[in-house]
Write a protein that binds this ligand. Structure first.
Ligand code: ATP
Ligand code: MG
Length: 138
């Protein structure tokens, strides 16, 4: 059954001009774009999005990074979208990411790692609703 997931082109990748190449890899892997928009988010908005990580030592740095420049927010759809996007992204730390993954191709460090992808059905639902209104998802 077709499934939706949520993804972000993070500020490092946007800044380096990788947005088009990342979208091309996603299309090649069979993802359809349900919704897409560019945004420059505040540190408070980033903190709300990454609230699950608020006790982590990297939280302040992560929210500063995510609000450091434009990003691209996306809702993507395909069969098994959540797991398949995680596979396409590769490991959180690009040093551990497999060849051909988005983070191997486009990421610089464990923090500046180019893309986000939801990790489960409940987080995908929260993340889509956090950034997109229902009328944007038709
Ligand atoms: P994302 O949620 O962005 O898709 P992920 O699920 O692979 O990434 P998480 O553990 O959820 O990884 O961490 C969220 C984000 O926080 C990472 O993508 C990265 O940008 C940053 N991050 C994670 N671990 C570290 C770390 N040890 N040091 C600095 N930043 C980190
Ligand atoms: Mg995560």
């Amino acid at each position: 059954m077709s499934q939706r997931t949520f993804s972000i082109v993070k500020p490092d990748a946007f800044r380096k001009g990788f947005t088009g190449a990342i979208l091309a890899e996603m299309a090649k892997a069979g993802f359809k774009v349900v919704a897409i928009k560019k945004a420059s988010i505040s540190k408070v908005q980033a903190a709300g999005f990454y609230a699950v990580h608020k006790e982590r030592p990297f939280f302040d740095s992560l929210t500063t990074f995510m609000s450091s420049g434009p990003i691209v927010l996306m809702v993507l759809e395909k069969e098994n979208a959540i797991a398949d996007l995680r596979k396409l992204m590769g490991a959180t730390n690009p040093a551990n990411a497999e060849d051909g993954t988005l983070r191997k191709l486009f990421a610089a460090s464990i923090e500046e790692n180019a893309v986000h992808g939801s990790d489960a059905e409940d987080t995908a639902a929260f993340e889509i609703g956090y950034w997109f209104a229902g009328y944007e998802l038709v």
